[in-house]
Design a binder for this molecule. Structure first.
Ligand code: ADP
Length: 386
C-alpha cells in the first residue's frame, strides 16, 4: 500500500528528474536563501488577510523570515521523504491553528512560486534547459506542498465534524431533561413554599439550569453553521439587554460611552450572545468591586466597540490561547465564551482582539462593518439605571 506521501507524489507527477533539478537549484540558491526568504516574507505580509492570520492569529509566528529560510532550504534540498512529509504536516497544522483560510494558502504559495521562479531565471540566464527543468520541478514541489497542507486542513475538518456531531447530539439530548427540570422548578416555586432553605435551593437549581442551558447554546452555536439572518441592529439596545441579564455585584459599575446610534447589519440573537459573553467575563474580572465600560465609536466604515474592565487582565500564557475553545482559568469555567465571540464576530465580517488597558485590566476590541446610517454620539450614560 502507498504511504500518504507516496500517494501525493504520485498525484503531482513527482520523479527523480525533478529531485535532481531541485538540488541543482538549491546549489545556486543556497547563499541567497536569506534574501529570498526576506522578499518572500515581505510579499506574504503585504497581503493583509494572510498577515493577520500569521501574525495576529491564536499561535502567532515570530521571525517569519528565518522560518521561511529553513523551510525553503528543506524544500529545495530534500530529501523529500517521510521526515519531510511529517515536518510539512506540522506546518500545515500550524496554518490550520492560525486560522489562515484555505484560499489564502494559494496566495502564499503563489508568492513562493513567484520568488523562486524569478530566482531560477536569474540563475540560468543562458541555460534554457536548466531553467525549464527548474521551473517544472518547482511547480511539482509546490504542488506537493499544497497537497500536504490541504490534507491537514481536511483532517482538521473531519475531526471537527466528528466532534461537532457528538456535541450536537449530546447538547440536543440534554435540553429535554433540562427543560423538564425547569418546568418542575417553576411549578414548585409557584406553590407557597414556607421553608426558606427549600426556596433557596429551588432558586439555585433554576440558576444552574440557566448556566447549563447557556453552555449548551454556546456549544450548539459553535458547531452549527446556519446562515446568518441579518437585520439592522442597534448596538445600544443589544448591550443594554445583555447588561440587564447579568448578575451585577453592587460595587461593580457598568457604563457605556458612545454606543448610541451605532448600528450594524447582523443577527440580534448572535450579537446578544457576543455581548453576554464579553460582559459576563468583564463583570467577573471587575468583581467584587470595580468598573466595566463599553466604549463605542465609528471609524470610517467600521463600528468599534471596546469592552474594558478594571480587573487584572489576562496572563500571557492564557492570552496566547484566548480565543481557542476550552481555554479557561476559572474553577467553574468551560472556556467556550471567547471562542464563540470570535466565531460570531468572524461571521459578521469583523475582528476581535485582546489588549491590556493602561490600568492593567482587559480590553476586548470588536470591529464590525457598520450599517449604513451615521451614528450620533451619546453622553456616557450608565447602561443600567443606578
Ligand atoms: P470561561 O469564562 O468559561 O473561562 P471564556 O472563553 O469566556 O471562558 O474565557 C476564557 C478565559 O479568558 C477565562 O477563563 C479568563 O482566564 C480569560 N478572560 C476572559 N475575559 C477576561 C477578562 N475580561 N479579564 C481577565 N481574563 C479574562
Amino acid at each position: 500500500m502507498e504511504s500518504s506521501l507516496e500517494e501525493l507524489k504520485h498525484c503531482v507527477g513527482w520523479s527523480e528528474e525533478e529531485e535532481r533539478a531541485l538540488r541543482a537549484l538549491h546549489g545556486e540558491a543556497s547563499p541567497h536563501l536569506p534574501r529570498i526568504a526576506m522578499a518572500l516574507s515581505a510579499a506574504i505580509l503585504s497581503h493583509e488577510g494572510a498577515k493577520q492570520s500569521l501574525t495576529d492569529g491564536e499561535d502567532p509566528i515570530d521571525n517569519l523570515g528565518a522560518r521561511l529560510e529553513r523551510w525553503l532550504d528543506q524544500l529545495l534540498r530534500g530529501p523529500w521523504d517521510e521526515a519531510y512529509y511529517q515536518s510539512r504536516c506540522r506546518v500545515g497544522r500550524w496554518f490550520v491553528r492560525s486560522g489562515l483560510p484555505q484560499h489564502r494558502l494559494f496566495c502564499v504559495m503563489n508568492a513562493v512560486r513567484r520568488e523562486l521562479v524569478s530566482f531560477a531565471a536569474e540563475s540560468y540566464p543562458s541555460h534554457p534547459k536548466s531553467l525549464s527543468a527548474a521551473c517544472l520541478a518547482l511547480g511539482h514541489v509546490l504542488d506537493l506542498e499544497l497537497a500536504i497542507v490541504l490534507r491537514t486542513y481536511r483532517e482538521d475538518l473531519e475531526r471537527l465534524s466528528t466532534v461537532g456531531q457528538l456535541v450536537g447530539a449530546v447538547g440536543h439530548d440534554l435540553r429535554n431533561p433540562l427543560g423538564v427540570i425547569e418546568t418542575s422548578v417553576f411549578l414548585l416555586r409557584n406553590r407557597a413554599v414556607e421553608d426558606e432553605r427549600t426556596k433557596k435551593h429551588l432558586e439555585r437549581i433554576s440558576e444552574q439550569v440557566g448556566v447549563a442551558n447557556g453552555i449548551i447554546l454556546d456549544l450548539l452555536d459553535i458547531i452549527r453553521n446556519k446562515p446568518l439572518v441579518k437585520e439592522r441592529v442597534k448596538l445600544d439596545a443589544i448591550v443594554e439587554e445583555a447588561a440587564r441579564a447579568i448578575a451585577l455585584p453592587q460595587a461593580v459599575i457598568l457604563a457605556s460611552d458612545g454606543i448610541a446610534g451605532l448600528e450594524v447589519d447582523g443577527s440580534p440573537v448572535q450579537l446578544r450572545r457576543l455581548f453576554d459573553n464579553l460582559l459576563t467575563n468583564a463583570v467577573q474580572a471587575a468583581s467584587p468591586s470595580g468598573e466595566v465600560r463599553v466604549r463605542g465609536s465609528r471609524v470610517k466604515d467600521e463600528v468599534v466597540i471596546a469592552v474594558e474592565d478594571s480587573g487584572r487582565g489576562v496572563d500571557e500564557a492564557t492570552a496566547r490561547r484566548l480565543f481557542e475553545p476550552l481555554t479557561t482559568t476559572k474553577d467553574s469555567g468551560v472556556g467556550l465564551g471567547l471562542a464563540l465571540v470570535k466565531r460570531i464576530v468572524a461571521r459578521h465580517g469583523g475582528t476581535v482582539a485582546y489588549e491590556r488597558c493602561a490600568g492593567g485590566g482587559a480590553r476586548f476590541v470588536v470591529c464590525l462593518p457598520a450599517g449604513k446610517r451615521s451614528p450620533q454620539q451619546d453622553s456616557g450614560q450608565p447602561v443600567l439605571p443606578p
